[in-house]
Design a protein around this ligand. Sequence first.
Ligand code: FAD
Length: 292
Amino acid sequence: MKIIDILNSGKLHLSFEVFPPKTDGAFDSVKAATEKIAQIRPSFVSVTYGAGGGTSRYTLDIAKNIKDKYGVPTLAHLTCVSSSRETVKERIEDMKNAGIENVMALRGDIPAELEGDDRSKWDYNYAIQLVRDIKESGAGFCIGGACYPEKHPESHNQKEDIAHLKEKVDAGCDFLTTQMIFDNDLFYSFMYRVREAGITVPIIPGIMPITSKKQVDSALRLSGSFMPKRFKSLVDRFGDDPAAMKQAGIAYATDQIIDLYANGITNVHVYTMNKPDVAEKIQSNLSEILGK
Ligand code: FAD
């Protein structure tokens, strides 16, 4: 099933994100966790793509397994920045042969070892080039793209970032998913600006339930997202009590989702990160609201 057909139903839909194993030895445990997440029956499961690593093939294995075994639609991520066009072509062909219908087209972060490179020699500099190649493959994929309510760290300002986003959408993105946000107001003002810029595709806000003090630092470092005072107080109060921190983090994410839905946003992506217990708790917290 194509994700774009789920997004327009008008009811609250939650999608969950999982990531592939970083080593071959971890495959079975990661697969088991992703299967548990699929059994909660989110609207779709997105499977991230390990940046350039040797285990990137597992994205496809996990996405195909969830789709075939549980009938849950999947979104397979694909990055391009450190790949050749030949490799990307093979990956697109593999996805087509595996029956994948939805692809998240990403540039990927620039690997540290390539920072000083002559970028004009790279096959891919930006995600828009991947979007075009996926479109040109003729496989008819539903294509997702990433967007950044607080602007991408490489952009000089939000206006420039949104102008590039418009070009990416015009190249063929059917929908967008945001970087994690901890303050819904940033998302609402971003929505105003992107609609004003003429971007009309559905935009799914990304919510990350923070369940440990350690996760706070890594999430902020990776995303560069703003941490509101209300959330900081929560970490200060519960950070040293793992069970309480987990409960408070899940409650905070649940509250964000309720606020989004109350303000007319019907699709929310939850960065569940291979944690079935967190996915289950969020879903059960919203049991009366889901589907209404
Ligand atoms: P782009 O859309 O190419 O944008 C990158 C930067 O380039 C932006 O600043 C943009 O404004 C600028 N830009 C775009 N076009 C031009 C142009 N023509 N000229 C000048 N500047 C331009 N990473 C992974 O490795 N694996 C994953 O699975 C993964 N999943 C993600 C899912 C989501 C929802 C998000 C938000 C991010 C994800 N990432 C993932 C991280 C992502 O790869 C990085 O944020 C990366 O740095 C940018 O990727 P992009 O696709 O947004 O790039």
